[in-house]
Design a protein. Structure first.
Length: 506
């Protein structure tokens, strides 16, 4: 089935998310829609899938104009979508999830589960998915859950499949398996739209590439294009994609973590007897698929987890059980993985956000009086230093783009005298140009002698920044290996396999 979008326009108030977008996807083609967060890719696909109604333009399937009032209409027309965050019911079986919303019944009104099981088996065998129709979704690995989403779409005779950032929660091996599945679907005649911002994946699997920026199509490219060429199209200027760093000048151990255990609010063990150390002038990157204890570990380091046992010390100072204020005052800088939830106050101005953790004393407060002049000078200096794109320091931070919001967080945390810097997902939702800047500042922090912990699910980022890499799986440390450890070894570790003799713990 041929998909054609003509002049699609979608606005949200004054924001033009899609500005007269034209896109054609042929049957048996993997067409990559490349662009940074905020470029309008997902909005465009949500229009296609009937989740949004376009303000202008047409959707055509095999040259026939379509009108979708909702996802049901899109699915009936042969369009399927595999979302970044899976739309599955964890306590249902695979077969029950596949038939959900399209239930068939037998005599007496009973659900026809045998037909759903047969459909799952047929599709699994056709594409080599190896999915048990009676398995509970909650007990399946993430990569298999994604296959269930694909089976759902194919069971409804989808001839156009949209994959929206499908590799965000996969290990490298699961990503490779998904690429192979996409090729199989393409060879069977399916038209595939692949949404991503990862250049390596684009060049590996795409037949054609359309690049979007700020709601517009800014160009097309072939998979033979270099990463630098694609990045330049995405951000509108030349981008340095390589992180330049010298060999570390290591000092003494600064952060020492011993037998750290964290239990969450429902009594579940999320960090299990973890021990490691970080030296001055070193970047320790913590890798792993999202949800394996990395978030809770970093929160424990800064006092945000209440149920913690074990020992945390920084420069010989005991921090176990200390308050967040005490830990910040000890010189710990923290970039949380969700900047909107934990890093910024959206209704506060840039200037106010830049002094959030220093609002109780000098130099921002003297004699219980806020020093507005100092705050304004400080904010202007940091906005310039960190290249925050804003009309004013009095702009509410919630109105900034994701990249500029992240720069505000970094500017605040890196403008203090630090004894430790912890950055969780430092470039999540950030454009290629801002990633270049953020990586440079992290390396500069390490080179100043500060111990640095970076938590990232992006292996390219881990490999670019790390002096050592600690891989976590189900709350435990699988191993600690050198920063130049190959991707395939790291991928196996992320799936729980201990490093071999070639990747001995450092």
């Amino acid at each position: 089935m041929k998909l054609e979008l003509r002049g699609i326009t979608k606005t949200f108030g004054a924001l033009v998310a899609n500005d007269h977008i034209d896109l054609t996807v042929e049957p048996g083609e993997i067409h990559c829609l490349l662009g940074e967060n905020g470029a309008g890719k997902s909005t465009l696909m949500n229009v296609l899938y009937g989740l949004y109604q376009a303000d202008g333009g047409e959707i055509l399937l095999d040259d026939a104009v379509q009108h979708f009032a909702g996802p049901g209409d899109a699915m009936a027309a042969g369009i399927g979508m595999v979302h970044q965050h899976f739309m599955l019911i964890p306590v249902f079986t695979v077969a029950e999830n596949v038939m959900l919303g399209h239930e068939q019944t037998r005599a007496g009104g009973l659900l026809d589960l045998p037909a759903a099981r047969a459909k799952v088996k047929e599709i699994s065998e056709r594409f080599g998915f190896d999915v048990d129709p009676d398995a509970l979704v909650d007990e399946l690995p993430v990569g298999v859950q994604q296959r269930v989403e694909i089976i759902k779409a194919l069971s409804r005779d989808a001839r156009v499949l949209v994959f929206d950032e499908p590799t965000a929660v996969l290990t490298p091996q699961e990503t490779d398996e998904l690429m192979q599945i996409m090729r199989q679907l393409r060879d069977a005649g399916t038209a595939i739209v692949f949404i991503t911002h990862k250049l390596r994946e684009v060049r590996e699997v795409a037949d054609r590439i359309t690049v979007m920026r700020l709601g517009k199509v800014v160009g097309e490219a072939q998979p033979t294009a270099t990463n630098a060429e694609l990045a330049s199209l995405m951000v509108g200027r030349a981008v340095e994609l390589t992180v330049h760093k010298e060999e570390p000048t290591l000092g003494e151990e600064a952060l020492v973590v011993e037998n750290l255990t964290v239990v969450d609010h429902i009594g579940q063990l999320v960090v299990n007897d973890v021990s490691f150390s970080v030296r001055r002038g070193e970047i320790l990157a913590i890798a792993g698929v999202q949800g394996n204890g990395q978030t809770e570990l970093t929160e424990a380091l800064v006092g945000l987890q209440p149920r913690v046992t074990g020992r945390i010390s920084l420069d010989g100072r005991e921090l176990t059980g200390a308050s967040v204020r005490k830990i910040l005052d000890a010189g710990v800088g923290f970039v949380p993985e969700d900047r909107n939830e934990d890093g910024l106050v959206g209704e506060f101005t840039i200037a106010e956000n830049l002094m959030l953790d220093r609002s109780t004393g000098k130099p921002f407060v003297k004699a219980a009086t806020l020093q507005l002049g100092y705050r304004a000078d400080f904010a202007r200096e940091k906005v310039a230093e960190f290249d925050v794109r804003t009309p004013s320091i009095e702009t509410k931070v919630g109105r900034l783009s994701g990249g500029n919001q992240q720069k505000v967080v970094l500017a605040r945390e890196l403008s203090r005298d630090l004894t430790l810097f912890v950055a969780a997902q430092p470039t999540r939702g950030v454009d290629v140009g801002s990633i270049e800047f953020i990586h440079k500042r992290i390396v500069e922090t390490r080179d100043s002698g500060v111990p640095v912990i970076v938590v990232s699910t992006e292996l390219d980022e881990v490999a670019a920044l790390a002096d050592r890499i600690m891989v976590m799986y189900r709350g435990r440390i699988v191993g600690i290996v050198p920063g130049n450890t190959p991707r395939d070894v790291l991928g196996l570790m992320m799936a729980g396999e201990a490093p071999t003799s070639e990747g001995v713990a450092a």
